[in-house]
Design a protein around this ligand. Sequence first.
Ligand SMILES: Cc1ncc(COP(=O)(O)O)c(C=O)c1O
Length: 435
Amino acid sequence: MLRRREFIQRAAIAASLLGMPLARAEALGEITVDNPPMPPASLFASDPARYWAELRRQWLLASDHVNLNCGSVGCTPLPVLRAMIEHILSAEEYREPAYPWFGYDENERIKQTVDALAAFVNANSDEIALVRNATEANNIMANGIDMKPGEEVLMTDQEHPGGYCPWDVKAARYGVKINKVTLPRPPQSVDEVVELFERAMTPSTRVIFFSHITTATGVILPAKEICAVARRHGALSAVDGAHAIGQIPLNMHDMGCDFYGSSPHKWLMAPKGTGFLYVRDERTKDLWAHTATANWNNYDIKAYRFSWIGTSNLSVMVGLRAALDFFNQVGPDRIYARQHELATQVRDRVLKYPNLKTVNASKDEFYNALTSFEVTPPLPAGTTTGGLKKAMDECAARNMRVVGDATHMRISTNIFTQPTELDLFYDALDAGLRA
Ligand SMILES: Cc1ncc(COP(=O)(O)O)c(C=O)c1O
């Protein structure tokens, strides 16, 4: 670990190069050297509310802003920032051997990150490629799978552009066909969802592509069962798990998917620009390289082929490793439970309004930390007035970040979210719907 003076000097130099005021550089030095201590585990047992309040000191979040959209881009805690910043600074000393970056040869730091990640999602280390985000992983899948004109991919009507656009390109360029199931809002049972996929399969379906947790509505889809549908029909399963890591437990081998991509910068609170692609061992040779350089066809290195992307940022991957450590230190089960507890509070409060309905939180199995609701009866898509428009304005007036428009809202609650912040949201909702 760097000593305080050494760190401040380095931060000041780095900051001056970036045009950052010296005071900010020194503050950065203070913050990153002197992380506030973690609350003791015993506090959780005696006073959980205080435990979560004290844990909040691990984030830089401004006290005059409320972030209830930490699902789109997560909030990274100080120990993770520190690990990343220290690596940025120390890497420039060029003490590390040979090639101290990410994007070509594996080095010890990459190995450690991959091993920790593989253990976290129950995969083999050589089934994991480090990439920049779920969008990149989805593109590798869509571009890498061989398909003939007329062959079909089945997806849902609720995919994110980073999920469906790679397939749109493939359809426009190579004539593959895209079919979509319309998901219920909200689903009532796992069987209902699985049945939709089962019925939509055709003899030409080569791939099922779906979000493990849907983007706008936050529905957790029954991934294991959907992958089983694909397998029964001789199709591949490709899962967009952008929102899943850090929000629900993941087990690649148990899920039985062929390909899986995710964005740990969201719920795992890793640095922005970190992602991973899982390629099931038996599928190693079934994906063409997306970005090609040396090793594009070296199947001996298995999924690590897809981390050969040219020079990239190892410091964020060091931060990813630190994010896994932080998450494991707080405790995954404790985190998932807290996320769900807060989301349930939001859901219950929202459902007090007779003109609002949940689009995901019909049952525990369909949501964890995202609460998504819409006006009922639904307003036509694209409606810009009425409905929730005034509530959105009230949120903005309170410096509150939420996803939504007149028709729909999505609230993200993570472990740094404070009950007082949710009170402010209820206040905005009340004011907006009263107006
Ligand atoms: C389901 C889904 N896929 C992909 C993405 C894109 O994520 P990223 O920008 O990290 O690639 C998102 C972002 O919210 C998402 O919700």
